[in-house]
Design a protein around this ligand. Structure first.
Ligand code: XMP
Length: 517
């Protein structure tokens, strides 16, 4: 792999994704990895990420300087550029001159392979206080800006380069080109990381792990479990059985999408557990959000384990015990739980039904090396329905935490109708790419007066909560076009009984969370 060394900013994941977009497989390693540990991973390229520190600060993240003797093509970015300069005998100074945001850069050595095919003047994204004042011996200065005389350097013989700006962010005009030039031209790597190859590789790996064993998978209706199960099915066919729990807190049409569209496109064997009554009974009389979450989580685990136990017993009776369980774990989860970065990005939520400690199965995790956008691409390549692979994030407790107040069958039906209308109109208006998700919330304990036809109504409000976000940790409310909002509002108040008012949530996160409960 190309190794992205993480110096503690949120940029390492972004860099790793850009490398893969260039067609080259990448992994993230912490800056504390020793040169020997890095060598052991057989890197075909190394990229040093940016970071929040100054190389002068006490405790500033360092890198084992032996990494520069591995004879592996290396690109330093921002803080990584400065670390590289310092380690190779150049100089880093704090001149008091800072650059943040959009900056004009001039390429002063345009024969360099790093800038091949690019304009000499570029708009780039900067974020630094310190700067490289002297390039190391043997390195040529490749670019400068108004405030930074050494904004990029390179040594073609050693295949080592560095840039002060952030080529991985979209605000840097030719950023992706720089990353591609480094990988494909300077390091001479083949661009062969794509969905087709990933599928072939994962299928082979799954077959090797599972052999002739039996395997089960829980489908949630979301992207990750759907793609994970489809991959496993492609690898071992009917050795796989999927369990889908319909807890009644799903969105309109979701069960049918799984039972019909998904099954038709993959051919997986599916067992649906209809637990709608069970969940309604358990939730009766409960309005407190945390209490609801606990009850939903508990009932989910119990329901799933019951279904699982039945399948396990059946399989044993057939002399074909189930030994494996599929999980849709993604690469960011692996990195965030200690597989990589120094910036412990605390996950605020877990999927409903975390793993029990005494797990009786061996895990199969075919998405462990993948980012979300890659999972979607693989899902499309496998022919899964767009309603599933393109789906917005949806909380495990489902609509249960989008009804402010007690959850009842009536209220669920109202919310499902309103939510379906909002989603339909947003999709029709081509806005799916712009929003991260748009929770639709029923204020079941609030009533307001309205007038419809000739009569006075006393109904419930529906809240629209469209948000834009990178990772759900922070979010801003999405400025949807008024005509789209107007269509959604008209349709909901006309078509959904009990609802006589639609309101828009214009709160960012923080202070408001994305969900209302
Ligand atoms: P909040 O409301 O905390 O939500 O801003 C952040 C993101 O997490 C989703 N979410 C959940 N996902 N189980 C989940 O799997 C949960 O209990 C849960 N609660 C919130 C939410 O939809 C948003 O994307």
């Amino acid at each position: 792999p190309v190794l992205v060394v993480d110096f503690g900013a949120q940029y390492a994941q972004l860099i790793a994704r850009r490398v893969r977009e260039a067609g080259v497989y990448s992994e993230i390693v912490p800056h504390t990895a020793s040169a020997a540990e890095i060598a052991e991973k057989n890197p075909i390229g190394i990229i040093l990420s940016g970071g929040p520190s100054s190389v002068y600060e006490e405790g500033a993240p360092k890198l084992d300087s032996g990494v520069f003797d591995l004879n592996v093509p290396t690109l330093g970015i921002c803080y990584g550029f400065q670390v590289m300069a310092q380690a190779l005998g150049g100089e880093v100074a704090n001149t008091g001159l800072r650059e943040y945001g959009a900056t004009d850069a001039s390429i002063v050595h345009d024969e360099s392979v790093l800038f091949a095919g690019q304009p000499v003047e570029q708009n780039v994204w900067m974020s630094h206080g310190d700067q490289v004042s002297h390039a190391p011996a043997g390195f040529e200065v490749l670019a400068r800006t108004g405030a930074t005389p050494v904004a990029a350097f390179g040594n073609d013989a050693r295949r080592m380069y560095g840039v002060q700006w952030h080529p991985e962010v979209k605000h840097s005009d030719h950023g992706q080109r720089i990353i591609e030039n480094f990988l494909l031209k300077a390091a001479g790597l083949p661009a062969d990381w794509n969905s087709g190859n990933v599928i072939a590789e994962q299928v082979a790996r799954i077959q090797e792990q599972i052999g002739t064993g039996r395997v089960i998978c829980g489908l949630s209706g979301g992207v990750d479990s759907a793609v994970a199960a489809a991959l496993v099915h492609k690898a071992v066919g009917d050795q796989l059985v999927c369990i889908f729990v319909d807890h009644g807190l799903l969105r309109k049409g979701e069960r049918e999408q799984v039972e019909q569209d998904y099954v038709a496109s993959t051919g997986v064997r599916l067992v649906t557990v209809d637990a709608r009554e069970r969940f309604l009974t358990a939730l009766a009389g409960i309005s407190d959000p945390e209490h609801k979450r606990k009850v939903i989580g508990r009932e989910f685990i119990r329901t799933f384990e019951q279904a699982e136990a039945e399948l396990v017993a059946e399989a044993e009776a057939d002399g074909q015990p189930i030994r494996f369980l599929v999980q849709g774990t993604l690469y960011p989860d692996v990195v965030e739980s200690g597989g990589g970065s120094g910036t412990a990005n605390i996950k605020s939520h877990h999927n409903v039904g975390g793993l029990p400690e005494d797990l009786q199965f061996e895990l199969v995790e075919p998405l462990r090396t993948l980012f979300k956008d890659e999972v979607r691409a693989i899902g499309r390549e496998l022919g899964l329905p767009e309603v599933i692979v393109g789906r917005q994030p949806f909380p495990g407790p489902g609509l249960g935490i989008r009804i402010v107040g007690e959850v009842t069958a009536d209220r669920l039906a109202i919310l499902q109708d309103a939510d379906a209308i909002a989603r339909e109109e947003l999709t029709k208006a081509g806005l799916d790419g712009e929003i991260w998700q748009c929770p639709v919330v029923l204020l079941a304990d609030v009533r307001s007066v309205g007038v419809q036809g000739d009569g006075r109504t006393y109904g419930h409000p529906i809240v629209l909560r469209p948000v834009s976000s990178e990772d759900a940790m922070t979010a801003d409310w999405t400025r949807l076009p008024y005509d789209v909002l107007s269509r959604i509002s008209n349709r909901i108040t006309n078509e959904v009984r009990e609802v006589n008012r639609v309101v828009l949530d214009v709160t960012s996160k923080p202070p408001g969370t994305i969900e209302w409960e």
